[in-house]
Design a protein around this ligand. Sequence first.
Ligand code: HEM
Length: 419
Amino acid sequence: MQPVTNHNGKAHDLHQSQPPKLKFNPFLPEFHSDPYPIYDRLRTEDPVHLSSLGIWMISRYVDVIQALRDPHLSSEQSHISRYSRQQGTLSPVAALSSKCLFFRDPPDHTRLRRLVSKAFNPRVIEEMRPRIVEFVNELIDGIGGAGEIDIIADFSKPLPVRTISELLGIPEADREQLKHWSHWLGQIFDPMKSSNLSEQVNQAVLEFRDYLIDLIAKRRQYPQNDLISALIQARDEQDQLTEDELLVTCMLLFASGEETTVNLIGNGMLSLLRHPDQLAKLQEHPSLIPSAVEELLRYESPLQICGRTAIANFEIGGKTIRKGVPVFLLVGSANRDPAQFPDADRLDLARPDNRHLAFGDGIHYCLGSGLARIQGQIAIHALIQRLPSLQLSTDTPQWRENIFLRGLQTLPVTFSQRG
Ligand code: HEM
């Protein structure tokens, strides 16, 4: 008997026993270490899947992009946002998530996004480029002449905090303290952890808020050439950001821009080190770096899931999703969909027409995508050119347990020379 193939061209031999019933649970350890086989099964067997968690999982590219643009799906009522509010109506994290544009729907989202974009615009982001080159070179200079380093702790983690601090105009002397707050703040994107963790996150949010109230007052009095001053001055006719919105926007830039960027660099370096032919090609042709970073974003997307809730019944992929039910849009799966990306599991740094969804789509499309791309390009280029002999020192790097963000706990590597 001929083996039958699924839509990915992979064979199912009918003599073999049937594959076990599809169960999707993003909390399981095997999902963190390698989500791609389960994504493959979801796309093939049940692309709009009601999981045992009671959450709809949407896994094909065409459906994910449609859902990202669909006004029937709300970010304001999303699972994460509702969960945060359940921690207590007055909890600092609840207050933060209810006011930031990430968790707002139109018309509030439209208004906030317009005001924030006036200050956080492509010119301001491009002006950061020379500073990011300096930060990256300083970090590599700080690494010894040869030996072992952890790319995450020694390189990827310090970079985005430094970049966002510089952009906002956080004084140099305060930046050490800020690293601590920023670390906890990033956890608002994984609020399904223990309540103990929520306490630490809430504490960090309170301390950071007090710090920012003080700094914003200073910038109101003596504006500087920085993003905090620009956000204070941002106006849309008579409208401007309130004090609370200013605070929340500053925190959101840290919360959304730190770990995602750490993951872009960490996941990107792991993918390159696991594909020496592609790494060599990039070292030989540095002009490939913009296209390489797009492919690395597609191949191991730093943010795997966008959370929404249906605010009306709606149809997708031939199924009806009922009002009030949570929906996970699996961008990490959409980015490996062979119906959109030929040979989707292959890393191809020169891939043409790479319209990945790593930065989302629709009204919530990542506001920091330009900044993330600049940092990713400069960081990865410098690492592979200045540390050309990098080698992985483990075959089984450990992934973090966050279900939304895909990133490594550590990435130990060795190198024998430095440029
Ligand atoms: C590789 C790094 C990054 C990735 C993969 C990423 C990914 C994303 C994605 C997928 C969304 C949409 C979420 C949704 O629809 O639910 C988003 C939104 C957002 N991102 Fe990023 N991001 C990155 C870096 C950054 C940086 C560096 C910043 C700013 C410093 C930033 C700021 C934002 C903001 C403010 C939003 C909310 C936009 C809105 O709701 O209108 N991101 N990001």
